[in-house]
Write a new protein. Structure first.
Length: 319
């Protein structure tokens, strides 16, 4: 009989900020990784992605809703936790995947439990992995299958990328560190896409009306260039109201429509600033901003720096 006594989500890197909210008559706490106390212990200090593999034993709070996506691989022992009020037990070579808006409940581990985990914010996920309809089928799949057993080859691949990420996150002297981490994360996702592809084919599930609308929205957004930045533009072409489109996006994708649009526009901005010699004014015009000043404010709001500063950062150039 297993002796479960260690809390799961309170390691060195998971002492996250929270605030109380009420939903479904439960005391649920929102958590994110963007607060100063958390930033002080992260390997990667932009507040978007981090790795965790250590446990301590402070008092466990009530149920939490993580503002992001997490993946935990069980290396040894067992972990038991509830996701959306369903209880799952993960053993060696099992992974637990938490998608946006999932409510994580009681979580305990066996003595000797070892694991490796990755957490990324929704902002990072949308920025790094612009989603196609096919990508969001995986969210539907993980909603229904948050625990998945991996074979030895898949576990080795997980460990390989985890080790590379940990090494690169620690290399703060490398001016291309952020670019390398982003590339590794994208490669990691594509490595596992084939694994999840086969699983999804074995466990098909019809998409709901909201999921279909969300898929049409993402398809329209992905194929538009330059991308209109107003929700009404996409709602009109989908024959729904802007308010309903935002409701659908929040339900199916974990973000409202405007944030998803901003993430896609931001990706276009990064691509042009990094990979072209076009001036800021030319890029502003190409992406249909009304003027360079407005474009500068948009970049400052989303990235926290000016277009020229962002260009230097993307190209690993220090002033």
């Amino acid at each position: 009989m297993m002796n479960f006594r260690q809390p799961l989500f309170h390691g060195k890197y998971v002492s996250l900020h929270y605030r109380n909210v009420k939903r479904l008559n439960m005391d649920i706490r929102e958590r994110n990784i963007n607060t100063s106390d958390v930033q002080g212990v992260l390997d990667y200090s932009d507040g978007q992605i981090f790795l965790f593999d250590e446990l301590t034993s402070p008092e466990r709070p009530s149920d939490i809703r993580l503002d992001g996506i997490f993946v935990i691989l069980c290396i040894d022992g067992e972990a038991t936790l509830s996701i959306d009020r369903k209880v799952y037990t993960a053993g060696k070579n099992d992974i637990i995947i938490g998608v946006p808006e999932a409510v994580i409940g009681h979580a305990d581990t066996s003595v000797g439990f070892k694991y490796r985990g990755v957490f990324m914010s929704l902002e990072y996920a949308f920025k790094m992995l612009p989603l196609t309809v096919r990508s969001w089928n995986f969210k539907v799949f993980f909603d229904q299958n948050p625990k998945i057993s991996l074979d030895e080859e898949a576990v080795s691949t997980f460990n390989l990328y985890y080790g590379l990420l940990k090494q690169k996150l620690a290399d703060r002297r490398n001016p291309y560190r952020a670019n390398i981490v982003d590339a590794l994360m994208q490669a990691w996702v594509f490595e596992f896409r084939g694994v999840f592809d086969s699983m999804e084919q074995l466990n098909p599930r019809p998409m709901s009306s909201a999921e279909n609308i969300f898929g049409d929205f993402v398809n329209l957004l992905s194929s538009s260039y330059p991308k209109p930045r107003h929700v009404a533009y996409y709602a009109d072409r989908l024959n729904i109201t802007p308010k309903y489109l935002s409701v659908v996006c929040k339900k199916a994708g974990g973000q409202n429509a405007s944030k998803i649009i901003d993430a896609y526009v931001a990706k276009d901005i990064e691509t042009l600033l990094k990979s072209s010699r076009k001036s800021v004014k030319e890029i502003s015009n190409e992406l249909a901003f009304p003027n360079t000043s407005f474009f500068g404010r948009y970049v400052k709001k989303y990235f926290g720096c000016t277009p020229n500063e962002l260009r230097r950062k993307l190209n690993g150039v220090e002033r």
